[in-house]
Design a protein around this ligand. Structure first.
Ligand code: ADP
Ligand code: MG
Length: 324
């Protein structure tokens, strides 16, 4: 659906996007994550033609976005809905009028507009707010209006730029479920730009990590997390080793859903017949998947027995730096 090849872009001297390669398939919920200034919004704006690029290609349904001109670009953008962190609603208009706006711009008839707006209010679950203006809506409700407006023209894809960043965690969750519902029910491809890891975990099937304009990791969400590359850990804020013991060897083990339920630690203790202590651990859900991550501490003299065992049973593991 979206194919980006060797795309680069600079603002003056500043290279903002550096040799980006990305393939977003129809039906994906593709996450673009990275710290502020990484180039995420710029990349999103290149996709809908709001921003140009210096080199490389960016094709949406096999057509080069850069080549669109005048009227064509307007038609092209009709197929792309967009939502933002701060909703961008018209304060003087009601929910109904806000959602009707794109339909009016495209000259739809009043009865058609009415039907479509009500249908959309129903889809996003705020029928009772039909005549309410934005200032009397909660953040979550405002984003629902914005989502309805973005879907008004039946786009093929929805671009979300930090759409949940201004929401509390519970509201964020409900908006993310709505996005998944839209993806599944309406068969809309979604690109989610965020700096929040939970967003990726809850809603995306694929992810690319952007760092200073470069894609440093990309792939299936579960796989990317399972292999826990350094970049991701930095974003997760887990690089801090202050809590780890300074004696012995600290080993991080990451394991997948099948292993979560299999009493991994108990089995390990039995098979190894060694003392080790559990230093840190957590289970995390990624859409339907569950991944576990633990850090254990073991005497240095026993490390090779442990390493051999972990290799034998095919687990992902690595030695962590000791605490200070
Ligand atoms: P992100 O969305 O990941 O926070 P942006 O794509 O907004 O990052 O910005 C990437 C970099 O490009 C930043 O350093 C930003 O200051 C710069 N930038 C963004 N838009 C412009 C612009 N219109 N003119 C000049 N620099 C810009
Ligand atoms: Mg941004």
């Amino acid at each position: 659906m979206i194919k980006i090849t060797n795309l680069s872009k600079s603002f003056g001297e500043l290279k903002v996007l550096d040799d980006i390669n990305l393939n977003i398939k129809s039906g994906d919920i593709y996450g673009l994550i990275g710290q502020s200034g990484a180039g995420k919004s710029t990349l999103l704006r290149c996709i809908n033609g709001l921003e140009t690029y210096d080199s490389g290609t960016l094709k949406v349904e096999n057509l080069e976005v850069k080549d669109y001109e005048g009227k064509e670009i307007r038609k092209f953008r009709k197929d792309i809905g967009m939502i933002f962190q701060h909703f961008s609603l018209m304060e003087r208009k009601t929910a109904y009028q806000n959602i009707a706006l794109p339909l009016e711009c495209w000259g739809y008839k009043n009865d058609e507009i009415d039907r479509r707006v009500r249908e959309l209010l129903n889809l996003v679950g705020i029928e009772e707010k039909i005549d309410v203006k934005p200032r009397c809506l909660s953040g979550g409700q405002k984003q629902r209006v914005a989502i309805a407006r973005a879907l008004a023209l039946k786009p093929k894809m929805l671009l979300c730029d930090e759409a949940t960043s201004a929401l509390d965690p519970r509201t964020m969750k409900s908006i993310l479920s709505l996005l998944r519902e839209i993806n599944e029910k309406l068969d809309i491809t979604i690109v989610v730009v965020t700096h929040q890891m939970p967003v990726i975990k809850q809603v995306c099937n694929k992810v690319a990590v952007l760092d200073k304009g470069e894609i440093v990791v990309k792939g299936e969400v579960g796989e990317v997390f399972l292999n826990q590359p350094d970049v991701l850990r930095k974003l997760l804020g887990e690089e801090d080793n202050n809590e780890l013991p300074c004696e012995g060897v600290n080993v991080r083990i990451t394991y997948s859903r099948e292993e979560v339920g299999s009493a991994l630690l108990a089995r390990m203790a039995r098979s190894l017949d060694l003392d080790f202590s559990l230093v840190w651990g957590k289970l995390e859900k990624y859409r339907e998947d569950t991944l576990g991550s633990i850090v254990i501490n073991i005497d240095q003299k026993n490390e090779s027995i442990l390493f051999n065992y972990l290799n034998d049973i095919n687990l992902n593991w690595e030695v962590m730096e000791n605490g200070p």
